[in-house]
Structures are given as C-alpha cells and as structure tokens.
Design a protein around this ligand. Sequence first.
Ligand SMILES: N[C@@H](CCC(=O)N[C@@H](CS)C(=O)NCC(=O)O)C(=O)O
Length: 249
Amino acid sequence: MAEPMILYGVPFSQPVRAVMWLLINKRAPFEMELINPGSKGNNGSRSDSYLAMNPGGTIPTMLEPDTGFVLSEAHAILCYLCRKHGWNDLYPVDLQKTAQVDWYLHYHHRNVRDASTGLVAPRIRKDLNIPEAMQHSAQSTLTRALQTLDEGWLSSRPYITGDDVTIADIAAYVEIGQLRPEFTNVYDFSPFPNVQRWLDAMMEVPGHDEVHTVMREMGDISNEPPSMDKIKNANKEALRALKAYQATL
Ligand SMILES: N[C@@H](CCC(=O)N[C@@H](CS)C(=O)NCC(=O)O)C(=O)O
C-alpha cells in the first residue's frame, strides 16, 4: 500500500485548508507536517530545507513519499489530486467544464484571495506589518470580487460553475467563509444575498467542519486581535480534529 502523502502547512492558512478539505471530503489519508509560514527557522517556509522543496517559500506543499513527487500552489495541488484519484465530481473531465473551474481558480488570485490580505492577516499576523494602504486596496478588491460572484457566477446557479460543488467552490470558500459571523466576523455580507446563500450551502459540504475547527476556535476577531493563547489553542484544536479524522480511516 502507498504511503500517505504529506501536506506541509498549518490549518490557519487558507490555501492549506483548501487542500485539507478536498482530502477529508474524499476520505483520503494524509499526514500533516507543520510548517510555519514566513519563518526562516527550523520548520519555517523560508528555511533552506523547505525552499529546496518549494523555492517560492509558501504553504501548502505536498510530497508523495513513494515517488518523491513534490508539488506546491494550492490550486495546482487540488487539480493534481482530483486528476490522479479520478475525483471527477469535484473537477469534471469534460473539457469545457474543466475550463470553467480553471477560470475561477485563475481569477481567485489577486481578487477573492485579497480577503486574507485585507481583513484577516492584518488582525492575526501583526508581525507582517501590512501597510494600511495595502489593506484598504485589498478590501476594495475583495468587495468588487464579491459583487462579481453575487451578480455573475452565483446569480443563476447554486455553485460557482454550475449545479454541483467543485474545487472552485472549495478554493473560494476558504477565503470568503473565514470572514463570516460564525468565524472571524469581519465582513458584512448583507449586500450579497447570492454569496450568503452559497456560503450556507458550502457549510454542508462534508469536511467543512473539520477543516474550519481552527476558525471556529479562534472566533470573533472583529473588535480586537486574538491573543497568542487563543491562536495556539485554535491550532491545537485543529490538529486534534485532524487526528480524530485520521482515526476514522
Ligand atoms: N498562491 C499560493 C499562496 C500561498 C500563500 O500565500 N501561503 C501563505 C500562508 S497562507 C504563506 O506561505 N506565506 C509565507 C510567505 O509568503 O513567506 C497558494 O495558493 O498556494
């Protein structure tokens, strides 16, 4: 039997959560190796050993121990895993349907991804010193992207590319979902009813709760940034949820 793949990252990271969600949704075995994003220390994403695997220095990265195959960039990993395992419901094989999922996955960067730059990272990662101007610009970009989703993709169909959930929805939700009142509570979604309906539907997708343990445990950060203890505890609970999942396989 093949050794389980290794996922490098932390559950606090949105793109890492996207990969975790796919794997948990498909009840696939994997081990998680904790990598501290941005750190040059041991187990940091900017350490020499990590950079040798992923010169970009970001999480997630995956490794298949049996073959030594390494891959980074969450969306590349999602597509690869779906193709490899034939998870065609989440990444359809029909050429045009695949292309529509890819359309969103490319759009996501510098648009929906700005949810983290504009609203979450500045509160949780004070050490990053994200300039105010950059935060405001990211917030405007996010609002434009939510409007695009609300008036475009999600206006006439339940999920981003059609009637069924795909990895496009998973990639989008890990960014947008983290802002909702149940989690960080840092965004007012009331101008976007189609996005709200979609957010509710995504909560029912298997794996949602396990993957979002970290966000649930951290809770509302709208008034003040979370304490270090709160962050550590959220991380601990997320890893406990992961172990509980692994024990069911
Ligand atoms: N486009 C990348 C983004 C990955 C990314 O930005 N990861 C962050 C954590 S959420 C990171 O590793 N930051 C550390 C750094 O850039 O040094 C993906 O989707 O995988």
